[in-house]
Design a protein around this ligand. Sequence first.
Ligand SMILES: *Cc1c(COP(=O)(O)O)cnc(C)c1O
Length: 354
Amino acid sequence: MKKHNFSAGPCILPKEVLLKASEAVMDFNGSGLSLIEISHRSKDFVAVMEKARSLVLELLGLENRGYQALFLQGGASLQFLMVAYNLLETKAGYLNTGTWSDKAIKEAQLFGEVVELGSSKSEKFNFIPKGYTVPRGLDYVHLTSNNTIYGTQIKTFPKTDAPLVCDMSSDIFSRSLDFSQFDLIYAGAQKNMGPAGATLVVVKEDILGKISRKIPSMLDYQVHISKESMFNTPSVFAVYTSMLTLEWLKNMGGISAIEKVNEKKAQLLYSEIDLNPVFKGYAKTEDRSIMNATFNLTDESLKSTFEDMLKEAGINGLNGHRSVGGYRASMYNALPLESVGVLVDVMSEMERKG
Ligand SMILES: *Cc1c(COP(=O)(O)O)cnc(C)c1O
């Protein structure tokens, strides 16, 4: 039976990417060897790393603008501390929009003072704080563009004179933005780009090298830049598969093309949530994410009926994050519009039954 994968992460990837990746595991580039059993210093793999890094900058419109793309390890969670290790001398500003921001703040506090620019914690993170002021003299400002757990997304970013750092784990490559407004972007690959195991970092080189602390090599962006993202053995399978997804995206017409599809998917689902009395949305309307839509049943007694119907329709991964419950439909780039249609059909069927 056809499956419709709404998993929040690791997430759905394009079928053709999975096919090519599995072929490379058996026989990479016709070499008779597996992608995962050859040297990462081999000519063929070095070419993969170079291609992946350049596709990232190309798709984001950041080529020849002083940025470097790196494929590191340790997940977005390691970036919570690596950002602070490399950039935090005295004081940084953080917008607290959810669990992931909260965790980033906790790590940064090990290195210096954190100014909370705004927080939606008291409302269980169902909106994005706005109208906050960014004080002068910060080492950097840190934002989480898309709050995977709560289904909120930042639509306009603050102007700052400090470097702007953004955790884009769950919405990178999903919508057109002026990416040059950011000085450092990071994202765990497993939400919208590839399998778990690689973390993308895009950093403007001129913000580095400005702090007095000594940085261990593995945590130093400058070391990874100078070694062309090969300071140590990279996660070859995750980098290769990410490269395939980036190629797929480029062939589709890039971010502006996929953005149109993503908006269509989100519109289809949110209009069902709003019109169907059996469901209610979680996030404030104006802050709704086009990647992760969060919603609840208005009558909890319908839970098992709904979940049985989801199962019957082949819908996977719709449960909300364990910390908030309810439902979350993650509509990452590779999720076809058709899958959202199947979900919406189940939801309207619920209305007819209820
Ligand atoms: C999933 C997620 C993380 C954590 O990513 P890991 O790669 O598991 O460390 C951080 N930030 C956001 C926004 C996420 O969605």
